[in-house]
Design a protein around this ligand. Sequence first.
Ligand code: SF4
Length: 64
Amino acid sequence: MANCSNNRPCPCTYRCPRHGKCCECVAHHRDNDEGVPGCFFSPEAEATYDRSIEALCRDRGILL
Ligand code: SF4
């Protein structure tokens, strides 16, 4: 992962050392059971810091 070049502009507003490092971000959320990375959410939903699957579905109009 240290050599991963999967870097993108990051819209997440949480203070975090993994900004823009997509592989590290996804692995961190997966390994720590922290829900969905912020970049999946609309700006309004991202700002709530609720990273649950339920919040993502509400935000994106997906029925559970
Ligand atoms: S989604 Fe999580 S790991 Fe990714 S940049 Fe935001 S706070 Fe960091």
